[in-house]
Design a protein around this ligand. Sequence first.
Ligand SMILES: Cc1cc2nc3c(=O)[nH]c(=O)nc-3n(C[C@H](O)[C@H](O)[C@H](O)COP(=O)(O)OP(=O)(O)OC[C@H]3O[C@@H](n4cnc5c(N)ncnc54)[C@H](O)[C@@H]3O)c2cc1C
Length: 390
Amino acid sequence: MIGAAELADMKADAWLLNVSRGGIVDQPALAAAVGARRIGGAYLDVTDPEPLPAHSELWVMPNVIITPHSSWLSPDSGSVPPSCLPTTCAAGARVNPCETWWIPMPDTEFSVDTFRQELRAWLGRELPAIWGSPTRPVRPGEDDDMAMRRRFDRALYAAGWAGLSWPAAYGGRDAPIDCERILAEEATEAGAPERFNRVGLGIVAPAIIGFGSAAHKDRYLRPILNSDEIWCQGFSEPNAGSDLASLSTRATLVDGRWRITGQKVWTTLSAVADFCLLLARTGEPGSAHRGITAFIVPMHQPGVTVRPIRQINDSTEFSEVFFDNAETASDPVIGVVDRGWQLAMSVLAYERSTNLLNRQVRLDMTLRALRRAAGRYPRQRAGTAHRRTR
Ligand SMILES: Cc1cc2nc3c(=O)[nH]c(=O)nc-3n(C[C@H](O)[C@H](O)[C@H](O)COP(=O)(O)OP(=O)(O)OC[C@H]3O[C@@H](n4cnc5c(N)ncnc54)[C@H](O)[C@@H]3O)c2cc1C
């Protein structure tokens, strides 16, 4: 991701704007550097002629609609004058800015029906490219499947279908929650894989949005949304499942840095995760829910050992994870030390609701398909088939 400093260096001759679906809005430094402002919740405005010399260029990323016009549009007018009806630019299009550029985001007049149609068309077009053949391989290997699901996550992000109900300030679309259900329905209907970074998207991101600092949001949310960084959730332990408050993995301050020692279990995606949202005890043993803190722990380090749990279907999607004096990230505490229980309860609410929405829709549609298939066969009295085979 380009930073404000790099952008400042580029000022003389080029601009690279990744404003797809509000991408720039959550980065105040970047926005300030390009003179971008959010107006009426729907527009990015790059109006300052000073930082855009005549020979500069805008490199347009996917899903950005760009409209040149020279008149001022009131943020509150609520309508776009006919003179500046948007024109869609192809990804990578290079345009010379004239005196004023408006970059309306594509969601200005949001319609759920249009959303569904566009999404369905996109899935029909893009899915074969994602799995490299006209139809999805019936039984991809585990690594292939993960790679395919990651490609799907990234394609969704690039096309603006990721983070639908997230606040626009964090790269989302501020769309109604119904759109998440429509995405799940259309993706299932099209045979798309389940989201790869689902722990990051559905569990960790809400924790960071709800309890993290501005620096946490700036550092971690975007790579979750585009699946550049995969997360796992280190809550459950061998002796702390339903009774989560009895967890004993311990965090200790050593020379000003928190270190983690203990064991987690059933940790989904931990074998491939870059970070773990981990609950550890920072209070006295027995302090129960009053002595727990939520940490960010990098997974790729000597202090972390992942031992996959092989299931009956040969999948190893979750593992045991052992922490031996493991290092935490810089600025590792999300929320307040000893107050991680509040975060945990909030996160579990997300886990059981919006995060499960996708799976619930999938299961429901699969069950209905099974019922339809079963309905195509004549009913048999129980035991009939068995007797006939004797
Ligand atoms: C597919 C899958 C993925 C998972 N991924 C993760 C993950 O990524 N990260 C993570 O941290 N965890 C994960 N978990 C763990 C999950 O959250 C645990 O299953 C949960 O914490 C329950 O713990 P347990 O399995 O030890 O069951 P237990 O706590 O041992 O419970 C077993 C049974 O006993 C019942 N029971 C327990 N206590 C009582 C009581 N006092 N009274 C009456 N009944 C009781 C429970 O309801 C349950 O039916 C995953 C689990 C599954 C199935």
